[in-house]
Design a protein around this ligand. Structure first.
Ligand code: ADP
Length: 257
């Protein structure tokens, strides 16, 4: 069973603000993600969740404030192999995209080696291991575009795992994933966190599920509304009616961590 190491900060977000042009999207956000944590980021559409994720990954630069990864300021951070990212748009391939599942994951190995490096047998065994880890090994020769949204998502998780990261950031897709796949996606994340010891940061649209699964919840609505346990988040969101009727059907789930 995975536990959170509160003495080890993997991500530190300090007083971060961001604007697209004159639109202030994030205002003075601060929180930490510790080693072994599973953080669910929730909030209404357009609240700034994806923007925040991109800032944590160095894809967007905050107007003010700072980010540290593994104790190093983002501007000096070089060890990108430790960071995995599964964007929401990962599942938008149409059929006919001429790349096999195997090659998509192999490209994940190149991401940190650079394209000049040749494929070696080590890479091949990594591809096999991560595809088996996400339950997609038997699909290795299929074209990525021929898979369902949920299956594609597993392949992109495998690709993120190929660099043997310590933390994975995921933006949960809202479309193309049926209920069964959705549940299996959360089962996979639980295994990666609890058994493989990966730290997870997941933007989720499923309040019911994420409050069952995550260890902490950060609720974003331009500002950081709260960063707390799922139980506290549910109590708070119910009393403020933050998500309408939806969360009222959820009874607080008791975590073993
Ligand atoms: P969320 O992930 O919570 O739905 P986003 O971070 O995607 O929110 O977007 C936050 C706000 O910023 C929204 O109002 C959105 O329209 C706006 N926004 C997002 N991306 C861009 C962009 N590239 N240019 C201008 N505005 C953007």
């Amino acid at each position: 069973m995975q536990s959170v190491n509160h003495s080890k900060n993997i991500v530190e977000v300090k007083n971060v603000s961001f604007s697209y042009g004159s639109e202030l999207v994030l205002e003075n956000i601060s929180f930490d993600v510790h080693e072994g944590d599973y953080l669910g980021i929730v909030g209404p559409n357009g609240a700034g969740k994806t923007t925040l994720l991109k800032i944590m990954l160095g894809l967007l630069k905050p107007a003010s404030g700072s980010i540290s990864l593994f104790g190093t300021s983002l501007s000096d951070f070089k060890d990108w192999r430790k960071i995995g990212y599964v964007p929401q748009k990962a599942t938008n391939f149409d059929s006919g995209f001429p790349v096999s599942v195997y090659d998509v994951v192999l490209m994940g190995c190149y991401n940190y080696k650079g394209l000049c490096c040749r494929i070696n047998t080590g890479d091949c065994s990594i591809v096999e291991r991560v595809l088996k880890q996400v339950g997609m090994w038997e699909y290795r020769d299929r074209l990525i575009g021929d898979l369902s949204g949920g299956q594609q998502q597993r392949v992109f998780i495998a690709r993120a795992l190929a660099t043997e990261p310590k933390i994975i950031f995921l933006d949960e897709p809202t479309t193309g994933v049926d209920k069964k796949m959705h549940d299996e996606f959360y089962d996979l994340l639980r295994t990666l966190n609890r058994d493989a010891g990966l730290t997870l940061v997941l933007i989720s649209h499923d309040i019911e599920k994420i409050t069952e699964e995550a260890m902490h919840i950060a609720c974003i609505d331009r500002t950081l509304v709260c960063h707390t346990s799922p139980e506290e988040f549910l109590k708070e969101s119910e009393s403020k009616n933050m998500f309408g009727e939806k969360v009222k059907i959820v009874s607080p789930h008791h975590h073993a961590h």
